[in-house]
Design a protein around this ligand. Structure first.
Ligand code: CP3
Length: 648
């Protein structure tokens, strides 16, 4: 694009550019203004004012402190300590609070809260040094004090630190939260998350900030969503408008450059001036970027995602839903007569390799069952086809690999894999299925996680003991690492291709990882699975699934994923607590429950919904795939029951 001189260019305003605005109080005006200037508004309120007098948690804390009902107080931020003292000053003079705090254990996370405490005459009993994360805090505190039965207050600022709270509770402490802030995040963070996703995926061109707190909140939520890096990169490529000098300083403090500040620090001026300059600033930025950045891969833009409000996607993002979404692993399979009719004509591989057939089977399952997500008809082992290991499917016996890979020489025989070239039929099936679904439900793309894929490659098929797999892992760790790295590359390419073709959600199947102990999982699996998940765009939720993983749930969460898949061997409520409710969960009805009476199915489904307790972030599913002998009517009934029983 060539820059046109200012004078000869008619002012077309934003001319269809997508404009993110973080304004809260005047959100609707901001949207209208952007529209009037030719832009597509993405308005994402990012702040909510909390009048300090309406901060009952602070007064509750003070009452407990005065009544000797607290043993430990943890102060997380300097600003927060100061705000807390100011707020309570009308009722409790600072010296009175200080006296009470001197009687118990005070903990300061870092030098800033420590300084505020000292100025108030309180010497913190524990001061955590850099990098003062919650981990250091917790281990230092636990080293000094037996936390069992202790009553601990945590002064927090902004987003709650769920890991810290869970860690305290796990050590037997009772935790009281003392949130103190002037600006809170909005109650409904959906629009903000949506805007951040658009920024992270390159689907917005202009961002307008009308206060410094918006900068802090946007980056804080991006951090909590695990997409901070992508958001920063996205913002770096956009035109950033700031309402005035304080806001600009906040942007620069966070390493972001300001492209435009209006003559008058007002929303109207900001939008108008941004509209007249955005196209040119953007063009200049892109030319600049093209000449300086050479190593950034040129990615095709992901297909537009119109389902952001679908309960399935909302549940993945832990947002409120009108009912619990449900889909079922292997929902398109031999238990379904429609499937068997197609399967009579074609082999399983032929079905996968004919995009129109795979798409049809995918969509038929959704229509027949009325589930809330489609999953593309394919198989986790398809990426083994171009590896030339002799993959084929035996009727009734499942997959067989004729030439297993158990040495470096065998691994090296597998050359470089051209994923789009060899597996383009999956992308094509996704495009066809997505079109046929016409926006009714999101489409799940999937892949095997590297451990499960490696186990098939090494064993040559299904296995009970994973003897050959573990033998390679323990005796030849360098061959194991090379195999896993190859699988990370291929799987990342495979999933990226699926996302670009239109997959809205990704599920990683680590079906057999439960055969490992936690140390082996951490050393031999976690880094590779984490690597794949981190290479995918944060805007596409990832479901991380495995079976018999009761001993691995925390580690699987550490590896990543927005949703952790659970099988029926764990109680959903307990498993979710162990994950500190920090991620969404999927599951977990025993597939064999579908062979029981409808009353029994209903009771078991209800027990699972009860354990989820209506919390946002539960996706109903089986604990593993549907068995081929399952009565279809029971499956249809289950979907209906879950919808009906969970309606809020
Ligand atoms: O869920 C769906 O509806 C999408 C389709 C899907 C299939 N396989 C179709 C399939 C998915 C998501 C998979 C994943 C898969 N494949 C996994 C992970 C999930 C799990 O069950 O743990 C695994 C381990 C495989 C490997 C695989 N493929 C096995 C073990 C088998 C044989 C078992 C069986 O059910 O026959 C397959 C073949 C397979 N994959 C079939 C289907 C519908 C049956 C093929 C046929 O019609 O003969």
């Amino acid at each position: 694009m060539e820059a046109v001189p200012e004078t000869s260019r008619p002012d077309k305003g934003f001319a269809g550019l997508r404009v993110v605005c973080f304004e809260s109080r005047m959100a609707s005006e901001a949207g209208r203004l952007i529209e009037r200037h030719g832009g597509i508004p993405i308005v994402a309120p990012s702040m909510r004012e909390v009048p300090l007098v309406e901060n009952p948690a602070a007064f509750k804390f003070a009452r407990a402190l005065m009544a000797n009902e607290l043993d430990v107080v943890i102060f997380l931020t300097g600003v927060g300590v100061k705000a807390l003292f100011d707020l309570l000053a009308s009722v409790y003079p600072q010296e009175v609070l200080a006296q009470a705090l001197r009687r118990i254990t005070t903990v300061a996370r870092g030098p800033k809260p420590a300084r505020v405490l000292r100025n108030a005459g309180i010497v913190p009993a524990v001061e955590i040094a850099q990098p003062n994360t919650w981990r250091e805090l917790l281990s230092e505190l636990a080293r000094r004090t037996d936390l069992a039965g202790q009553r601990v207050a945590v002064q927090e600022y902004g987003i709650s630190n769920r890991e810290l709270i869970a860690g305290l509770e796990a050590r037997g402490a009772t935790v009281m939260l003392v949130p103190v802030y002037r600006w809170a995040l909005p109650e409904d963070r959906g629009p903000l998350r949506g805007a951040l996703a658009a920024i992270a995926s390159g689907n917005a061109e202009v961002a307008l900030f009308t206060s410094a707190t918006q900068v802090v909140h946007a980056l804080q939520v991006a951090e909590a969503e695990g997409c901070a890096q992508e958001v920063r990169r996205g913002l770096g490529a956009m035109v950033l408008g700031s309402v005035g000098p304080v806001c600009s300083a906040a942007l620069r403090d966070h390493g972001l450059s300001v492209d435009l500040e209006p003559a008058h620090p007002k929303l109207g001026h900001l939008v108008r001036e941004a509209a007249s300059q955005a196209a040119e600033l953007l063009a200049r930025k892109r030319i600049g970027a093209a000449s300086t950045v050479t190593d950034r891969p040129v990615r095709t833009e992901p297909a537009p995602r119109p389902f952001d409000n679908h309960p399935m996607l909302r549940a993945c993002r832990m947002m409120s839903v009108p009912y619990t979404p449900i889909w079922l692993m292997r929902q398109a399979g031999r238990y379904m007569p429609e499937y068997r009719r197609v399967r009579d004509r074609l082999s399983f591989l032929e079905m996968c390799q004919r995009p129109e057939v795979a798409a049809e089977v995918t969509v038929t399952a959704v229509e027949r069952l009325n589930v809330d997500a489609a999953i593309i008809f394919a198989d986790i082992l398809l990426p083994l086809l171009p590896m030339n290991v002799g993959l084929h499917y035996e009727r009734g016996d499942g997959p067989v690999i004729d030439r297993p890979v158990r040495s470096l020489a065998e691994l090296q025989r597998i050359g470089k894999i051209d994923v789009p070239g060899a597996l383009g039929f999956v992308a094509e099936a996704i495009r066809i299925a997505r079109k046929a679904l016409a926006g009714r439900v999101p489409l799940i793309g999937f892949a095997g996680a590297p451990f499960t894929l490696a186990s098939y490659m090494i064993e040559g098929g299904a296995s009970r003991q994973y003897l050959a797999t573990k033998r390679l892992m323990y005796n030849h760790p360098e061959v194991w690492a090379a195999l896993m790295r190859m699988l990370v590359r291929v799987t990342t390419d495979y999933l990226t291709m699926q996302i670009e073709a239109g997959a809205d959600i990704i599920q990683l199947f680590d079906s057999w990882v439960g055969s490992l102990g936690p140390d082996d999982y951490r050393n031999f699996v976690l880094p590779y699975t984490a690597d794949i998940i981190h290479r995918l765009p944060a805007s596409v939720p990832v479901i991380h699934f495995g079976t018999i993983t009761g001993n691995l749930l925390e580690l699987m969460r550490e590896a990543g994923g927005d949703v952790i898949g659970l099988d029926w061997r764990v109680k959903l409520g307990e498993a979710w607590s162990r994950l500190a409710h920090a991620v969404a969960v999927q599951g977990n009805l025993d597939p064999i429950a579908l062979f029981a009476s409808l009353d029994e199915i209903r009771a078991r489904a209800k027990a699972i919904l009860d354990q989820a307790g209506g919390r946002p972030g539960h996706i109903f599913n089986l604990g593993h795939g549907i068995l081929p002998e399952t009565p279809v009517d029971n499956v249809i009934a289950l979907v209906e029951m879950v919808h009906e029983m969970s309606r809020r």
